[in-house]
Design a protein around this ligand. Structure first.
Ligand code: ARG
Ligand code: ZN
Length: 849
């Protein structure tokens, strides 16, 4: 059964549901192809509305029986749900439905993964489990009984009772249906306990498939750190007797914050030194924190409707980034977040998929779990905090929890607590939620009679559906440096509110060098004429670590852009600046690694496009290769020493200091490989006792078109480990040379271990294909058609993952006419596919416009 013709849902049409739900009792009789779900729901008229129409969502359900107050009824059932006449007084609703988890390849609702049952209900999956008002503003207390032969039977809340082949759970906290979860299977628990700040005892369990027990310890520790951090920093205590996490191999997204029963993609929770890299460890720690933090920002206070998604996601991403900054290096975290924001969110915000942080319409809500809602949503919170200050931020957030606990809220509710605690009018600030597009901020400067003046001009290009943009409130952190590098003015938060506005600094004895947009204080594109000398100065002296990196990044990009546009040679000043920086052992190795990390090809492509050059992916690749080679030669004397100095002795620990050293160690190895043909990398590969070093060595070899032998050895060593095999599939495609990329990806789709039904494996190959910029955009067009072939194949099985991966084509209008024509053929072909899902139809339609 396929989706009906797509309809568009609008924020402005919101109305409350005509009934409230006092309690929900669910009974599951688990069978792979015919699970029975019995529901008993206590409804009562909602006194806040007079609308008494009764519609329950329900999709792909076989209705067995329905009763109102014990009397059988025959409701009207469509593909979307059910309606019928109901009493204008409290009543009990009972249905029995049958569902088919074993054939659920969309991984939404109740499905099976390696013989285990699990659920994913956000955003609208609960309607595939039973008939229900599946909307986040309907909150209810759930009691769940599970009948099944499995040793582990889990649902939300606290365990009530259990016997052989059954278990009962009760969740005392009213919740929307999207937070419902059920898990059943032969799982092993890695258990621990936590005592909350007020002395409450909590049992913690991480459930995994047999064989994965050795990969649980790190996740468990991360969970405890998250629990302590939320108590200490936000005053938030956990509120159930148990907290369960389950690792699942087949999962569309990263993880899900179901009340008391988080379900995780196994790649986002399982970790061991032998199988996980430093980056994996850091990401796992952050995602565990993210899902845990949702218990307050998402669960206790949820969203009124899905347009408010950023209310929980922007805030929770912001909170998890604060957590990582506190546990690890704050500057390194900030720099990495900005690289990621520019790579994914700026690309989205400046193309056909651009949408506001709070969208105003959608066809398929799953298509709006985006970098804009999440990462730009988090940036908006960061700006708010900068504008009101740390103390006022805490006060406002405390009020938010006090005022809205147990409610389903809106962005208006969120902003109101800031207005009430600070007295500020946030009307103009709210444009950050309603206007799409990345603001451009141009800055010019003037130095007259001892007064230094900065003049900022802001504008935002038109985005789909929004031709005109109004000026926003933009916090711009500025510091001024004297000629010896001393700070002559400490960081000040300028508030740009007009289209154009000047800020003056008096009493300076000489013209200062400005450090603008420190800490990346707003998600904007800063345009400023600068010289290489000034950038080198800031790279050497800026007291703000982010801007120090930013100066190096600007030099790095400029040097490559000059090679691409003007055919220039690698810039000597840039190479010189890097040489000085790399040798400065007072600097954090992780920070140095980030300065040495080449700007991404897609970042260069975006910048070329902004400057009215159609990016040539092959030219970008060639320039980056030449630069890497030249850099290796320039730094040749320092490489062996720094490689040795950053080699961490002793058994591997995933700690921040070790990871920081290994980041620089990896950069050194990458450059060394360009001089020694990969000898050092081969040696590292052979002797590595942890995945960080082993994988780094493999990547270095593949990047110089070597490593066939190591690639094979890696396969035989790890072929039984699913998560490591994902790395193996991805690395070969991601680091292939442009002309070989599509062919390697095509060959890997024929590998016996390739499984399109597993989203991690599918993404390993197809995601890596889209991320290999020069390979994906190779002028043969082979990669475009390969990706389209597989999206067409996957769509009937898994619309959600297919739709997400369509975004590989979102930047297509950046490129030359030949490439645009090649991509257009594929977009048309996908669009013309019979019975294309609503998810993919919406994405392709938006991208093609
Ligand atoms: N709420 C989850 C998180 O960010 C994401 C779940 C999204 N799932 C989906 N099917 N769109 O933690
Ligand atoms: Zn989230």
């Amino acid at each position: 059964m396929r989706d009906a013709a797509p309809t568009t849902i609008y924020l402005k049409d919101y109305t409350p549901f005509g009934y409230v739900v006092d309690s929900v009792h669910l009974t599951f009789d688990l069978e792979p192809h015919s699970t029975r779900v019995t529901s008993r729901i206590a409804f009562a008229p909602n006194t806040e509305t007079t609308d008494r129409s009764f519609f329950l969502h329900g999709e792909q359900l076989k209705l067995i029986s329905a009763k109102i107050d014990g009397i059988a009824i025959s409701p009207t059932v469509t593909e979307q749900g059910l309606s019928c006449d109901v009493p204008n007084a409290p009543f009990t609703w009972e249905t029995v439905v049958e569902i088919d988890p074993a054939n659920n390849t969309a991984l939404e609702g109740l499905y099976m993964s390696n013989g285990m049952y699990c659920t994913q209900c956000e955003a609208e999956g609960f309607r595939k489990i039973t008939f229900y008002p599946d909307r986040p503003d309907v909150m209810a207390v759930f009691t769940v009984r599970i009948n099944g032969p499995h040793p582990v039977l889990l649902s939300n809340g606290n365990p009530v009772d259990a016997g052989p082949h059954w278990a009962e759970w009760h969740d005392p906290w009213p919740k929307p249906a999207y937070l419902f979860a059920l898990v059943a299977g032969e799982l092993l628990a890695h258990s621990s306990t936590f005592t909350t700040v007020s002395g409450k005892h909590v049992d913690l369990n991480l459930y995994v498939r047999p064989g994965d027990e050795g990969k649980c310890a790190f996740g468990m520790e991360a969970l405890k750190k998250s629990m302590i951090w939320d108590e200490q920093v936000y005053g938030r205590e956990y509120d159930l007797d148990v907290f369960n996490i389950v690792a699942v191999d087949d999962f569309n997204m990263g993880a899900m914050e179901n009340k008391g029963l988080n379900v995780f993609n196994s790649s986002c929770v399982l970790a061991s030194p032998e199988t996980s890299t430093d980056d994996n460890f850091e990401r796992i720690e952050a995602i565990i924190a993210h899902e845990y933090f949702h218990n307050w920002t998402g669960n206790r206070i949820t969203c009124r409707d899905w347009f408010q998604l950023c209310l929980k996601e922007g805030l929770t991403v912001f909170r998890d980034s604060q957590f990582t900054s506190d546990l690890r290096s704050a500057p390194v975290k900030r720099i990495r977040d900005v690289i990621d924001l520019r790579g994914r969110q700026f690309a989205e915000d400046n193309g056909p998929l651009s949408h506001p942080v709070r969208p105003e319409s959608f066809q398929e809500i799953n298509n709006f779990y985006t970098a804009t809602v999440y990462e730009k949503g988090a940036e908006v919170i960061g700006m708010l905090k900068r504008l009101v200050g740390d103390a006022a931020y805490c006060e406002a957030v405390d009020l938010y929890f006090a005022r809205h606990d147990g409610q389903a809220c809106t962005i208006e509710d969120w902003l109101k607590v800031f207005e009430d605690t600070t007295g500020r009018d946030l009307t103009q600030f709210k444009r950050w939620y309603s206007q799409a597009g990345t603001p451009r901020v141009n800055v010019t400067e003037d130095w007259t009679d001892g007064t230094y003046t900065l003049t900022f001009t802001q504008s935002t290009p038109a985005t789909p559906g929004q031709p005109h943009k109004d000026p926003r409130v933009i916090p711009i952190a500025v510091g001024l440096l004297g000629s010896n590098g001393d700070e002559v003015r400490k960081t000040e938060m300028l508030e740009l509110t007009e289209a154009s506005q000047s800020f003056s600094f008096d009493g300076l004895s000489s013209r200062p060098t400005p450090s603008i947009l420190r800490e990346f204080s707003a998600p904007v594109i800063l345009e400023r004429d600068s010289t290489n000398a000034e950038r080198a100065f800031l790279l050497a002296h800026d007291t703000d670590p982010f801007n120090r990196w930013e100066a190096g990044n600007a030099l790095a990009k400029d040097a490559r852009l000059n090679m691409i546009i003007k055919g220039a040679a690698p810039d000597a000043d840039y190479l010189d600046a890097l040489q000085k920086l790399v040798r400065d052992d007072d600097l954090d190795p992780g920070f140095r690694a980030l300065v040495l990390q080449p700007p991404s090809a897609s970042d260069l492509a975006q910048t070329l496009f902004e400057n009215e050059h159609a990016p040539d992916p092959q030219a970008i690749y060639d320039a980056s290769e030449t630069m890497a080679q030249t850099l290796a030669q320039t730094l040749a004397d320092s490489l062996p020493r720094l490689y040795a100095a950053t080699t961490v002795e002793g058994p591997y620990q995933p700690d921040a200091v070790g990871a920081s050293n290994r980041m620089l160690n990896f950069r050194m190895l990458a450059l060394l490989s360009r001089l020694d043909g990969g000898d050092q990398a081969a040696q590292q590969f052979a002797s590595a006792d942890n995945m960080t070093l082993q994988y780094a060595a493999l990547v270095c070899l593949l990047s110089i078109d070597k490593g066939a032998e190591q690639n094979q050895a890696f396969f035989y060593q790890w072929k039984d480990d699913r998560l490591v095999m994902d790395k193996w599939f991805a690395a070969q495609v991601a680091f292939a040379t442009p002309e070989k990329t599509a062919a390697i990806a095509a060959t890997l789709t024929q590998h016996p271990l390739f499984d399109m039904k597993n989203p991690n494996r599918f993404r390993a190959v197809m995601g890596a294909l889209a991320m290999n910029h020069a390979g994906f955009h190779h002028i043969s067009g082979d990669a475009y058609s390969l990706l389209a072939d597989w999206l067409i194949k996957l769509d009937p099985l898994n619309p959600q993952t297919t739709a997400r991966m369509c975004s590989a084509f979102q930047t297509w209008k950046r490129y030359d006419a030949d490439r645009q024509a090649l991509i257009k053929i594929q977009l048309d072909r996908i669009a013309a596919t019979p019975d294309l899902s609503r998810d993919t139809t919406e994405m392709i339609t938006r991208i093609r416009e």
